[in-house]
Design a protein around this ligand. Structure first.
Ligand SMILES: Cc1cc2nc3c(=O)[nH]c(=O)nc-3n(C[C@H](O)[C@H](O)[C@H](O)COP(=O)(O)OP(=O)(O)OC[C@H]3O[C@@H](n4cnc5c(N)ncnc54)[C@H](O)[C@@H]3O)c2cc1C
Length: 383
């Protein structure tokens, strides 16, 4: 019997496996993707300063930073709304930090994690899919697809991005009825590490500086997204310029337009007998504040510590899992509520909301302690 089986060695499951590398434990991870591959297309991830610190400890950060263009520091974030007053600008220097956050490519991050996993000799079985995870008081059985058999362990950690394979964990869903259109946008002049978040009557837009371009995340209705996907490059760039008004100019090129549906999904509870879900398997958030992955990484970090601290005969038992779930609850629910609240406030453009939103942005900019608290929440998490 293994001590720990990790289902999914994506960015969250991989980070947990690395956190357990030096522990005196029998750990095995399985991942459906082929070695060296990624399951889906690339995407820009906004990593918080706290996430960087975790990846530094896991020796992933130096490898990632060594890849040309893989990490782009965010030096400033400019937040504004169309057709209303109120602007705030968060500046790294004012917070005494080297950067407010970092934009990294999902693929480059996964490659760096895989590289460190290989060097540390952790047992990762690629091309192996977990079909079901079912625990009892004695152990947990992870049934593998094909003829790969069943793994038995004291604890199964499910970080497969969905959590659907686990028995005994319910998932709650809320569809926002909107989609995010993502694209790469080239500019006439360098971005200098400035990110933009703009609230418009049709939904929020974000521009994340990444390498030599911006990663665009534009929230809109599915019908509008269809027309924006079909629009010519010139028409698309003109619409973008219109939404940003005087705040941003010089849009030159657009490429790789894609959409994905926006929904809130979370597991409750996150633990079942000898099983726990973390990362996107525990919660899938609206991307409005770039919190999802950072929260998932904190799940992995804290679970790693709880596993290392637990005596072997307590590993995976109810008391350990209940204590872990309780410790994660404040961060989890605060992040879910913060993201869901922002998504609701900023998706609507009723005048009644526009005014307090402008006031909030103005106050945020004018009152240093509020600005510091907000920046801290974005950097390290909400709780
Ligand atoms: C377009 C987009 C933009 C985003 N932007 C941001 C952002 O700016 N900031 C942010 O913090 N978050 C962002 N997110 C969310 C972020 O992508 C996720 O939080 C992150 O990918 C979650 O990592 P994970 O390891 O939990 O899951 P995943 O990345 O989904 O990885 C799951 C892993 O499990 C494996 N797997 C799946 N099923 C099985 C199975 N049955 N058996 C074995 N292995 C399996 C997969 O191969 C994969 O390697 C964004 C998401 C999207 C869609």
């Amino acid at each position: 019997m293994h001590d720990v089986v990790i289902v999914g060695a994506g960015p969250v499951g991989g980070a947990l496996a690395l956190a357990l590398a030096d522990a005196d434990l029998d750990v095995v991870a399985v991942d459906a993707r082929a070695a060296g591959g990624t399951l889906r297309g690339d995407r820009s991830l906004a990593l918080s300063h706290g996430a960087r610190l975790i990846f530094e400890r896991l020796a992933v950060w130096p490898r990632l930073a060594a890849v040309a263009g893989a990490v782009t520091p965010i030096m400033e974030i400019d937040i504004s709304q169309a057709g209303g007053f109120g602007v705030t600008r968060l500046v790294a220097e004012e917070q005494g930090l080297p950067a407010l956050g970092y934009v990294v490519s999902y693929r480059a991050l996964q490659a760096a994690i895989d590289d460190v996993l290989m060097r540390t000799g952790i047992n990762v079985r690629f091309g192996v899919t977990a079909a079901s995870v079912a625990g009892s008081s004695a152990d947990v059985a992870v049934a593998l697809g094909g003829d790969a058999g069943t793994l038995r362990a004291r604890l199964a950690v499910v970080a497969d991005g969905t959590g659907t394979a686990v028995t005994g964990i319910a998932r709650h869903q809320r569809d926002y009825g909107q989609v995010a259109l993502i694209a790469r946008v080239g500019m006439q002049s360098p971005h200098r590490g400035v990110a933009f978040e703009r609230f418009t009557p049709e939904g929020p837009l974000a521009l994340l500086p990444e390498g030599d371009h911006y990663g665009l995340v534009w929230t809109m209705t599915p019908a509008k997204a269809e027309s924006m996907l079909a629009a010519s490059d010139d028409a698309f760039l003109a619409a973008l310029a219109h939404h940003f008004g005087a705040r941003v100019s010089g849009f030159a090129r657009v490429a790789d337009r894609r959409t994905f549906p926006l929904r809130l999904e979370f597991a409750r509870p996150t633990v079942a007998p000898r099983s726990v879900v973390i990362g996107n398997a525990a919660q899938t958030l609206h991307p409005i504040a770039g919190q999802g992955f950072n929260l998932g990484l904190r799940d992995a970090h804290e679970l790693g510590q709880a596993i290392i601290r637990a005596p072997r005969d307590a590993l995976g038992g109810d008391p350990m899992l209940t204590a872990f779930a309780a410790r994660r609850r404040p961060d989890r629910y605060a992040s879910i509520a913060f993201t869901h609240g922002l998504a609701r406030i900023f998706a609507t453009d009723a005048p009644l909301v526009r005014w307090p939103r402008g006031l909030a942005l103005t106050l945020l900019d004018a009152v240093p302690p509020m600005k510091k608290a907000f920046t801290r929440a974005m950097l390290f998490g909400i709780s």
